[in-house]
Design a protein around this ligand. Structure first.
Ligand SMILES: C[S@@+](CC[C@H](N)C(=O)[O-])C[C@H]1O[C@@H](n2cnc3c(N)ncnc32)[C@H](O)[C@@H]1O
Ligand SMILES: [Zn+2]
Length: 282
């Protein structure tokens, strides 16, 4: 609870009212905001902390379009949980991707990790065995429920799952020793929301900490056979990045140490949060 804050404008501390617990984790209960009074339910061991603006009237047509795309993806991810876990190319790709990600992240047993966009927990279960604890967020509740089932089956109890928007994290500033987000930023639908996502991940990381962020790469292969920007099944938005484009996005808040395109289809970036605040580029 000490890591969490209200994801709404008030950013206040929260109070926990537990109704029942399992494995030292609240299974059912409520989280109440000291500032604005919003009550966030905890059901099935998952805190439901989506910001209200996802369901509110937006001020501009651009914001309307962004929220519409997010809601489309949330519904599509909820509907595609089983398909995601059965993707054979992802299972094969993971054999290279996961060790590479682990090497960049260099988790230690004392690390508290934030995983942004954990999905069905493909990587969460692996991270969990290498660090002290994880706060893993995603906006797809069905993906989180599937992740929770996997973790319970494996007897992994050091992961807190939260339904949240990666662009409005319910976490205080400077909390996490490491931050990871794999395959998420390419689905965040506008330049403004991608900038918000990176700002949020950077905000919540400890000064000097490492962040590993992977994203679709617009490679020679996708130039021949695919589009730079488009939709997957169910209307899930995607953008494939050029190296410079990803570098520019990340370096607004972070020091980019490495962007590796070794995995052909993906870039994996290792960044560090500067130890001292710096002036953000426009
Ligand atoms: C391609 S999946 C990757 C899942 C996981 N990181 C993995 O590597 O298997 C992208 C995930 O990001 C989540 N996601 C996309 N946009 C999000 C947002 N704005 N807030 C929270 N989660 C988001 C989706 O629900 C989905 O689970
Ligand atoms: Zn509040």
């Amino acid at each position: 609870m000490v890591l969490l804050r209200c994801p709404h404008g008030c950013k206040s501390n929260l109070q926990l009212a537990a109704q029942n617990e399992k494995h030292g984790r609240v299974e059912t209960g409520q989280i109440c905001c000291d500032g604005c009074g919003t009550v966030y339910p905890i059901l099935g061991g998952i805190a439901r902390m989506l910001p209200k603006h996802l369901h509110a009237q937006q001020e501009t047509p651009e914001q309307e379009a962004e929220i519409r795309l997010k809601l489309i993806e949330m519904a599509a991810r909820d509907a595609q949980v089983e398909d995601y876990d059965n993707m054979t190319h992802l299972a094969l790709f993971g054999k290279l991707e996961i060790p590479f990600t682990l090497r960049q992240l260099n988790l230690r047993p004392t690390d508290v990790l934030l995983e942004g966009g954990c999905g069905t927990g493909r990587m969460t279960q692996i991270f969990a065995r290498k660090c002290k604890s994880i706060v893993a967020i995603d906006f797809s509740i069905e993906s989180l429920l599937s992740c929770r089932q996997k973790l319970d089956r494996l007897g992994i109890h050091n992961v807190d799952l939260i339904q949240a928007d990666i662009c409005a994290l319910p976490t205080h500033d400077e909390q996490f020793h490491k931050v990871v987000s794999c395959g998420v930023v390419e689905h965040v639908p506008t330049p403004e929301s991608r900038a918000e996502m990176i700002a949020e991940l950077a905000r919540t990381a400890l000064p000097g900490s490492k962040l590993v962020i992977s994203a679709y790469k617009h490679s020679f292969y996708t130039r021949l056979f695919g589009k730079k920007e488009g939709e997957h099944s169910g209307g899930i938005y995607f953008l494939r990045f050029h190296h410079r484009e990803l570098h520019t996005l990340l370096s607004t808040h972070l020091h980019v140490e490495l962007i590796s395109g070794l995995l052909v289809y993906y870039f994996t970036a290792r960044c560090a949060k500067p130890r001292h605040p710096r002036k953000h580029k426009a």
